[in-house]
Ligand binder design. Structure first.
Ligand SMILES: [Cu+2]
Length: 484
């Protein structure tokens, strides 16, 4: 029965793709890029770990392509369970968005699905499983779309960040629901920092700076490691760079639950894009990155031979990961996986200073929806407007052509990186102050704060809108919007 159903789903996906291809007379004749969802082994802290991955036949993780081309992909599921990949930040037809139960069914084991849609814009994007808790098993990869911003004299370096645990994801989730397990912190949201469950190691100095409200509650899951390009600092990814050369660093936070501070050390960085979309450049040596967000940072490599660590330090703690940029044959010093001090919780300070290079056309909103971010650590229930997601929750109503504003009001002591599928949005207001902020697809809403984003309803369909913390999403901080 299962295999028959599997065949039917696969056949349906193939026939949908065929129909789509026929409807496009100028379609490229080149074969699609084949991506395979596979099980793979990596080594973490000297121990073997079985994880998942999505890569091409030649071993390339994810895809690098160009703006103006079509996204033509055949996705094959070669693991023993259903799976589906979401193209995070892209704007496909809604049926190709890769969210099981919203855009369509997952791909059964041995099955495949076809994708074909135009790439409207370039930038740093990524792909990840939206099925169950597979993302926690590192089922994520870069999705890079080159455009006129990419210079030939500039070397591209990708740093994909993830959090790793030897504990199976369903067990992590079960422990979160039970609350108070030794591997968990923040057992009670009512007294986020006073409980005995909260280890002193999480009590970073910056944590108490969240304003008048309760102290922010950080890092629900205690991970065994943080990795950059699948590696810890004990055995880091070392990238050769040109002394005196230019680098475009594309940072992708593919973590399930962890926000970071990207720390460039002695290098001066110029942040030129967030979530793929250009901003008025911001110079700094440290940049915050919430879960699912991306940073494009230009670096000028000094002429002298040297090894330049690019680190990512966990918010509220001192745990760190990163990669090494090695100019010439400079010796590489061992970097510990803890920083000398804890870094603060992520804030909206940078977000409020970002300005879009290409803002949305000024227009009054024709539709607004308020999304109170709600939940309780007791039982680990997360919700929107106090409703944990089920399939019976009606989609938010909007109409094609509208300028929509979503008002996120965080009523919890945790930060939530909120992601809208299928559309780019602009941050237009924080705590009542209007500004032409960054265009992006994921915005962090910190405890007690009110963040407003605007978008144009230009891609009809049924779309997911959710917190990108994996266990919050799975616990119900998820909803949909729909228009035709
Ligand atoms: Cu959340």
């Amino acid at each position: 029965m299962l295999s028959r159903r599997a065949f039917l789903v696969s056949a349906a996906a193939a026939s949908a793709a065929t129909t789509l291809a026929r409807a496009q007379p100028n379609i490229e004749q080149a074969p699609p890029t084949v991506l395979r969802i596979e099980r793979r082994s990596i080594e973490v802290n000297g121990k073997p770990a079985s994880v998942l991955g999505v890569r091409q036949g030649d071993g390339t993780f994810g895809i690098r392509t160009e703006v103006g081309k079509r996204f033509r992909v055949r996705l094959e599921n070669r693991i023993e369970e259903p799976s589906l990949i979401h193209w995070h930040g892209l704007t496909p037809p809604w049926q190709q968005d890769g969210v099981p139960g919203v855009s369509g069914p997952p791909i059964p084991p041995g099955g495949s699905a076809d994708y074909d849609f135009p790439l409207r814009f370039g930038g740093t994007f990524w792909m990840h499983s939206h099925q169950g808790l597979q993302e926690q098993l590192l089922l994520a990869a870069p999705l890079i779309i080159r455009d006129q911003r990419d210079r030939p004299d500039q070397q591209e370096v990708i740093m994909l960040l993830a959090d790793f645990s030897f504990t199976p994801p369903d067990q992590i989730f079960a422990e979160l629901k039970k609350g108070g397990m030794p591997s968990m912190t923040g057992a009670s949201s009512a007294t986020p920092a006073s409980g005995g469950m909260k280890g002193m190691g999480t009590m970073a100095p910056g944590m108490a700076m969240g304003g008048a409200a309760a102290k922010p509650d950080l890092n629900d899951v205690k991970y065994d490691a943080f990795v950059a390009n699948d590696r810890t600092l004990g055995d880091p990814d070392v990238v050769k760079v040109e002394p005196g050369g230019r680098v475009l660093l594309r940072v992708i936070n593919a973590s399930s639950m962890s926000g970071f501070h990207v720390d460039l050390g002695a290098l001066d960085g110029e942040l030129i894009a967030v979530d793929g979309f250009p901003i008025a450049p911001v110079g700094a040596r440290r940049f915050p990155i919430a879960v699912a967000q991306r940073l494009d940072i230009r670096l000028a490599i000094p002429r002298a031979p040297a090894a330049h660590p690019v680190l990512a330090v966990l918010e509220g703690e001192n745990k760190q990961t990163g990669i090494i940029l090695r100019a010439a044959d400079a010796p590489i010093a061992r970097i510990p996986d803890t920083a000398s001090m804890a870094y603060p919780a992520l804030t909206l300070d940078l977000e409020s200073r970002l300005r879009a290079a290409s803002p949305l056309k000024p227009r009054k909103a024709t539709r607004t929806h308020t999304l109170n971010l709600t939940g309780t650590m007791a039982g680990y229930v997360w919700s929107i407007n106090n409703v944990p997601w089920t399939k019976d929750v009606p989609p938010l109503a909007i109409a094609k052509g509208e300028r929509v504003e979503l008002i996120f009001v965080n009523q919890t002591p945790m930060s939530h990186p909120m992601h809208l599928h299928g559309h780019e949005f602009q941050v237009v207001e924080i705590d009542g102050k209007r500004f032409a902020g960054a265009v992006r697809d994921t915005v962090l809403v910190t405890p007690g704060r009110r963040v407003v984003v605007a978008f144009d309803a230009n891609n009809p369909g049924l779309w997911a809108l959710h917190c990108h913390l994996l266990y919050h999403l799975d616990a119900g901080m998820f909803t949909t919007l729909r228009y035709v």
